[in-house]
Design a protein around this ligand. Structure first.
Ligand code: SAM
Length: 233
């Protein structure tokens, strides 16, 4: 899957050259292209922002450079889904990540803002608006990376073990994942649950399913509500 980001700070996306995303890119499963919005800035100073009509603090991103950048990227990749990153967008979560992974085979364009955000008319240039949470970042670059990584790891082949997608938090059952343990068997007086050492895979599966439900009921009861039966205490 191809991701194209329009940003004033393309160098930030070097972070995606490491670890899982780095391997996915080297393996040709995913490609991340960061396009410098400044190249479409206005005049000698490549201006991309201006003072707000009506007064007020801060600067607003002008629509023309963003429109020019979107058009330039879309001209050679017409199938991209255009997503504006804004704290006012629909909330990004695992179901939305799954939806984007399933429906955006033509790739995704992410538009990262700065300053006070975008001129309102920019909203007309995109397919949807996405927020990564109810807080305000200084720019959309980290939000873009969150969306890219969450969607990319759902692309077939990116994760070594596709089964872990079903079992992990917000997977097939929309629960939090069961607790994990590794060596040593005892650490600072805390022992690994005996069942995990038993070798009985049927019992281990049942224990993990029960733990996932119990943990979700305690930490995120709203995820359990709506499932059949009562949440465990
Ligand atoms: C300082 S923010 C602008 C906030 C805007 N003035 C507001 O109050 O809604 C600058 C840019 O960061 C990005 N951004 C900040 N918080 C975000 C969030 N929670 N989700 C997605 N993008 C975000 C957006 O691209 C935004 O245009």
């Amino acid at each position: 899957m191809d991701f194209h980001v329009i940003t004033l700070f393309p160098e930030m996306f070097a972070a995606l050259d490491a670890a899982l995303m780095g391997r996915a890119q080297k393996g040709g499963l995913v490609a991340v292209h960061a396009h410098n919005l400044r190249e479409h800035g206005l005049g000698n100073y490549r201006q991309v922002d201006d003072t707000p009509y009506g007064g007020g603090s801060g600067m607003v991103m002008r629509p023309e450079p963003i429109a020019a950048a979107i058009d330039a990227v879309a001209a050679t990749r017409p199938g991209l889904t255009k997503i504006l990153l804004t704290p006012q967008g629909e909330r990004f979560d695992q179901p939305l990540a799954r939806e984007l992974a399933a429906t955006c085979a033509g790739g995704i364009m992410l538009i990262a803002g700065r300053y006070e955000g975008f001129d309102e008319r920019v909203r007309e240039l995109v397919d949807r608006e996405v927020s990564i949470g109810d807080y305000v970042l200084s720019g959309g670059e980290l939000a873009a990376m969150v969306v890219i990584e969450a969607v990319a790891r759902l692309v077939p082949g990116v994760l070594g073990n596709a089964e872990s997608l079903d079992e992990e938090s917000f997977g097939a059952g929309n629960l939090l994942e069961y607790p994990h343990y590794t060596r040593p068997e005892e650490f600072r007086g805390m022992r690994v649950p005996e069942i995990l050492l038993s070798g009985d895979h049927g019992k281990i599966r049942a224990w993990r399913a029960a733990e996932a439900l119990r943990r979700t009921a305690r930490r995120r009861p709203e995820l359990v509500a709506g499932r059949r039966g009562k949440p465990e205490p």
